[in-house]
Design a protein around this ligand. Sequence first.
Ligand code: ZN
Length: 158
Amino acid sequence: MSMLKIVINPNPLLRKIAEEVDLKAVGTKDFNKFLDSMMETMLAKDGVGLAAPQVNESIRVIVVNTKNGPLPMINPEIIKKSINKEWDEEGCLSVPHTFGQVKRYRTVICQFVDREGQKKKIEAKGFFARIIQHEIDHLDGILFIDKAKNIISDTYTL
Ligand code: ZN
C-alpha cells in the first residue's frame, strides 16, 4: 500500500469522464493494491469518500467510508433514486478549505462490482447516499462546487 497524491482543483483530470473498468483487471494483485492505496489515502486524509480521478486514475472506481469500514465500488451506477431530495453541507479533498450546501437524493440504489468481481446492489440513505452521489459525480467530471449554494472558504489571505 502507498499513499496517493490528491489532484487539486482546477485540474483538467477532474473534468474528464472516467473510463469503465475492464472486469478482467478486477481481483488482480495490481488492482487490489490500487484499491488498498485508495482506501489508505482516504482514511489518512480524513475523507469519507474518494474517486479514482482524484488520485490521477481516470477509471470508474470509488471508495466510500461506511460503518463497517471502507467499501470499494467498481463501475458504480445509480439505478434508482428517491423522489425526495435534501440539502446538506459538503466538502471535497480536491477542493480544499471549501464547503457548500448541495441538494442530493435522500435514498439511492447503487449497483457496482466489488473487489472480488461480484455484482452487488446496495440501498444507501442519508449521508451514505450523499457520499455515493458526490463520488459518482467525480467519475463524470462534476465537482460539488458546480452544484453548491452558499459556498464558503475557510482560508483567508491577508
Ligand atoms: Zn470530492
